[in-house]
Design a protein around this ligand. Structure first.
Ligand SMILES: Nc1ncnc2c1ncn2[C@@H]1O[C@H](COP(=O)(O)OP(=O)(O)OP(=O)(O)O)[C@@H](O)[C@H]1O
Length: 473
């Protein structure tokens, strides 16, 4: 039976009551706060294993609160609660250290599963703990090659994607994997950069050694140096023991540095030295430690822009840029959607112990039309929720979020005014259409709310949507 402590932070009192009572029945100790200030006070003096935080709180946003709570509880698991139209922000919360997000309306089974998964992930020892343990165990003198590799069933973990684009990407992965070249993988969030990095490692001669993934975006700046290079006892206040850094843990294997653009200038210098000279120094020590690590980095920023703004060192960029892979957003490789959707459906069936057989044509059309700004991560979550809600043979539109079913592609923003037709009536219609689309997006495609916002009645909105060919039903 679970005994972990959960902090719930949401201004909706009813929701807190429901979640508290449900999670306490599952054996958790729960405490609810209704705003950020209360939550910070509570977290200063109470033990918390996991926090469920609403993205929108009356006094502060959920991400800022997450960062504050992490100061008192660095290892805490965080689940962000979001409205569907906030998914983009929720996805960036993951980059900043949240374990996952759950979107409203909330379903208790889904919450329970996400809570269990986040706590499970938190319990797994970090790579450095594993390596430290190996070091101290009686078998630590065994040569590295005798270490049991982590078993991964590649075909179960990923799909290739059937678009020409994806095929080329995987050809490039196969090409670069056996070499020792450093690789930059760029692409929007959720496009599969980490999956690609793991594939490179698994297909390299280093595959039996560690693959260590570090998210530079989630690392507080003052901890980043110690996380990467380790420290010796007394190096700084709080350094109570010697600690191995990721470079040492990854020795012989691959170090994956996600969100490399977030690394401080000082750590960029140390990283360059480590790559060029094959040695590092733990913080507080003068001893050089030889390391043999392959570096793969990922970024969703334009590194050349960071260089011209003097936020990223050009010499480091050139050292890293021995091979580049770009993961295109899903909306630019829509042929991949059915294959990924089916893969995530099977994954969700397995995780939720369900037997949903497929996705109806209409639902698949909606998946194809939607633009997936959170890319594969967002699609995986949408399909998992649809499987959870589905008691039919197939996923139908009713199982998908309204935002996905009723999605209308982005209106052209650039030079909108300049591109309006010179016929006044036609121009007015274009402008009206654009405002309607913006209103619908703002309220997550809820037509009643959009009509309110536009100051018209629901029926007028329906008629306008029909006239503009925007109606989906
Ligand atoms: N080829 C693939 N096959 C199956 N699942 C995939 C594939 N690529 C990505 N995914 C899934 O999509 C989600 C996002 O992938 P991943 O973490 O690799 O993206 P990312 O680009 O590194 O994201 P971020 O920039 O936010 O760190 C993960 O749950 C991953 O398992």
């Amino acid at each position: 039976m679970a005994n972990e402590s959960i902090l719930i932070v949401d201004d909706e009192q009813d929701l807190c009551t429901i979640l508290t009572s449900f999670l306490e029945k599952k054996g958790f100790n729960c405490h609810a706060c209704h705003n950020a200030a209360e939550a910070v006070e509570y977290s200063k003096s109470n033990h918390i294993d996991l926090a469920l935080i609403d993205l929108r709180l009356p006094d502060e946003d959920g991400i800022t609160l997450m960062k504050k709570i992490k100061i008192f509880h660095p290892d805490i698991a965080i689940l962000i609660i979001t409205g569907y139209s906030d998914v983009k922000t929720a996805v960036s919360a993951i980059r900043l250290g949240a374990s996952d997000y759950v979107s409203k309306p909330l379903y208790t089974d889904e919450i329970y599963q996400s809570v269990e998964q986040a706590l499970e992930k938190k319990k797994q020892p970090s790579a450095s703990e594993k390596k430290d343990k190996n070091k101290n165990s009686p078998s630590s003198k065994k040569s590295k090659s005798k270490k049991t590799p982590k078993k991964t069933n590649i075909n179960k973990d990923y799909v290739l994607g059937s678009s020409e684009y994806s095929k080329t990407v995987f050809d490039h992965i196969k090409l670069v994997a056996p070499t020792d070249l450093s690789v930059i993988i760029s692409g929007e969030t959720g496009t599969g950069k980490e999956v690609a990095a793991r594939l490179i490692h698994q297909n390299s001669k280093r595959k039996d050694q560690n693959f260590v993934a570090i998210d530079c975006g989630a690392l507080p700046e003052d901890l980043a140096g110690s996380e990467l290079f380790g420290h010796i006892k007394g190096a700084f206040t709080g350094a109570l023991n010697d600690k191995m850094g990721s470079f040492e843990v990854a020795d012989g294997g691959t170090l994956f540095l996600d969100e490399i653009g977030n690394l401080s200038y000082e750590n960029q210098v140390k990283l360059l030295r480590a790559i060029q000279e094959g040695e590092i120094k733990r913080l507080g020590s003068n001893d050089n430690i030889n390391i043999d690590v392959r570096i793969i980095v990922a970024t969703n920023e334009d590194l050349s822009k960071l260089i011209s703004d003097e936020n990223f060192r050009e010499d480091l960029y050139h050292r890293l840029n021995e091979f580049t892979i770009t993961m295109a957003p899903i909306r630019e490789r829509k042929e991949d959607i059915p294959e990924f959707a089916d893969f995530f459906l099977q994954q969700a069936n397995e995780a939720l112990n369900k037997e949903v057989k497929g996705i109806s044509n209409k639902a698949m059309k909606a998946l194809n039309r939607y633009e997936w700004h959170g890319n594969l991560r967002e699609m995986k979550n949408v399909i998992k929720r649809a499987v959870l809600l589905c008691n039919d043979e197939e996923i139908h539109e009713k199982h998908l979020p309204q935002m996905v079913v009723e999605y209308i592609p982005d209106p052209p923003e650039e030079n909108f005014m300049n591109n309006l037709p010179l016929d006044l009536k036609a121009a007015a219609m274009e402008a009206e259409k654009s405002v309607i689309i913006q209103a619908l997006r703002k309220v997550g495609y809820n037509k009643s709310k959009a009509a309110d916002l536009l100051n018209i009645d629901r029926k007028t909105l329906y008629n306008k949507l029909k006239n503009f060919n925007l109606a989906t039903d």
